[in-house]
Design a protein around this ligand. Sequence first.
Ligand SMILES: C[S@@+](CC[C@H](N)C(=O)[O-])C[C@H]1O[C@@H](n2cnc3c(N)ncnc32)[C@H](O)[C@@H]1O
Length: 418
Amino acid sequence: MITTNNDKIKTYTEAVARGDYDLGACNLYGKHDNVRTFWEDQLTRFVLRPFLTKLVEDRKARGEKTRIIDLGSGSGQGYELLTRIDKRDLDLGLLHDRALPIDEIESYLGLDISQPMVDKGNEIFRDEDNMRFIQGDLTNGLDSARDEKPFDLYFSSYGSFSHLSKESLQNLLTDICEHGNNESLVVLDLIGRYSIEWPQYWNAETEEEKVRDYSMNYLHLGLDYEVETEHFPIRFWTGFELDKLMLDINKDTKGQIEIVKKLDRSILVGRHTDTRLYNPRLQSTRRGVNCLHENYMRTDLSKLIIDHDLAPEHPKVSPFLNELIKSWNILVDFCNKRLLGEMQLIELENWSEFPSALQFSLMVIDRVITDTGWMWYGEPRANIIESQLGYALRNLESSMQHGLGCGHGLVAILKVTK
Ligand SMILES: C[S@@+](CC[C@H](N)C(=O)[O-])C[C@H]1O[C@@H](n2cnc3c(N)ncnc32)[C@H](O)[C@@H]1O
């Protein structure tokens, strides 16, 4: 049986005490590292953007504000994520135009099993009248939030729902289907089973085999003292299983729930590419990408070239993964050689066979190097070119993925219809 009594998950209690759940700084390690801030949070925002924009505008047209519940909310990381989504890509002259402006929120309710998280959330947001955090256990469906009015957005972020067994997640979504409004949105953020971080989990067949050991020891990277590593069970998901889950839920509910978007997030830069806890063949790619986004710190790009041999062949995973790794390496290698003055764009062979996302990313990097090469102030390589390479690599991952469950995170946006 999967354990979700969070008193038993000391990791969270200790992380709150250490300050990891204070809203905060980004850096090379830890909860708010650069990949979380510049890749994961941003990609979640990009996929959510059109759906959230429409939801808020529809409510506004009816003279209503938006009601949000954040399930497994921690201390409210989701609030920051949601309120910083721009409705569209901004050109140089525009200021922000948010999809969910703060004054369009009727209420934000955070629900978490961990009392320290709830207390921390209530402390951080004590000045916000429309925000509350309550204790509740999602293994009981909506639990302590069941008597609240329907929400427009049932949000979750970063693996909260992977603490639940398949049965508990199915019950929770059934609950949401009954509790929600017509067109309520649900955001699932699960741990992907086909991630290169744990190839030994890929072939799981029984329910028991899909619930496996997990550790958040990545929160301890960079600490200068020893912390005992805790292990707990997590349910790992593939995109195919999510499709099947929707069919099962729709048999039992009055409302219908459908997936409108899936995203594999952090395919080559999952948390455990750095810890190598479950796959010792990995190469600390996340650390390298964190470095790309760090100001005044140059990255050894040769260390970002990824070995093709990181995981065994698998019919559902390998065709996509091999193409992504190949594209990633071509982009990194080109950027490196271009910086060293050893290669021009027209010298790349087999251009017409490259995926369009790779062609675009190569053109961007070429242009960025041309346009910043003359700059003198502020370390253009570390502060501009490398962070642009980071975004170009992010573009490869997000444009090429198919929502298979190949990333550390598997995000799905669901819509309730009644
Ligand atoms: C990985 S953290 C994510 C926290 C936050 N959403 C974020 O984006 O950083 C998972 C959260 O799920 C909570 N959680 C785990 N099991 C739960 C359950 N059965 N009911 C409610 N919350 C739970 C944990 O206490 C923790 O705060």
